[in-house]
Design a protein around this ligand. Structure first.
Ligand code: ATP
Ligand code: ZN
Length: 210
């Protein structure tokens, strides 16, 4: 029997819940802060602990058979993977925000404007669908400071409470996408008997919670 590999986030917002759901499936494994890989004692499975950004590609390329990662990260990576199950945690919304003093009320007013983001693919798709021609400034973090520095007219980012927006003189303008953690598989692995067994266990953990 082939040992499956599942990639989960090593540390960050999805790590704890990802470990928890696997433990609740009855999987027995050691979870040391320093480990990059753990072997499950009672199921043919190894757990790879990775940065979330790397998970979609690992699964697409079959280096991992399964993965748990935010939908936003999968779509941004453009990864071709099978979606098996939304997991009900890691929920967030990606929004366009503008300066609180801004008089922008229509999407069309973003034409010719600069938008700072770490999610250029998702943003470009949305702008194209809405016939907006804006300049995307791809920066890897702290996009909220962009407008105050004159780097951008708007930002596109994950917004949870709005507190970060407010403290940077910004306000939410458009919700573009909502996201949660999902279980994904390499294309073709969806029908593997052990994958199906694991999926069933995850689904009953989710049902017991609901
Ligand atoms: P890594 O070190 O693995 O690259 P990261 O810093 O990119 O981690 P986290 O901040 O841990 O990522 O967020 C992981 C995922 O959690 C996000 O991609 C998103 O799907 C989800 N998420 C839920 N709420 C939030 C939030 N308030 N801010 C950021 N991400 C959130
Ligand atoms: Zn990341």
């Amino acid at each position: 029997m082939k040992t499956l590999k599942i990639a989960i986030q090593k540390s960050g917002r999805l790590n704890e819940k990802s470990v928890e759901i696997l433990k609740n499936c009855g999987l027995s494994f050691e979870n040391y802060k320093s480990s990059l890989i753990a072997t499950v004692a009672n199921f043919p499975l190894e757990i790879l602990f990775l940065r979330d950004d790397d998970i979609p590609e690992y699964v697409q390329d079959g280096i991992a058979d399964l993965g748990i990662v935010g939908e936003n990260v999968i779509i941004e990576a453009g990864a071709d993977v099978a979606y098996l199950q939304p997991l009900g945690f890691g929920k967030c919304t990606l929004k366009i925000a503008v300066q609180s003093t801004s008089d922008i009320t229509e999407l069309s007013q973003l034409n010719g404007k600069a938008i700072a983001t770490s999610y250029p693919v998702i943003l470009q798709k949305y702008l194209t669908e809405n016939n907006v021609d804006a300049q995307i400034r791809n920066i890897s973090g702290s996009v909220e400071i962009g407008p105050g520095l004159g780097l951008s007219d708007a930002i596109f980012d994950i917004v949870s409470t709005g507190g970060t927006l407010k403290s940077n003189g910004l306000k939410a303008f458009k919700n573009v996408m909502s996201s949660e953690a999902v279980l994904i598989a390499s294309k073709g692995m969806e029908l593997n008997p052990e994958v199906l067994e694991l999926l069933q266990r995850i689904q009953s953990v989710l049902r017991a919670k609901a």
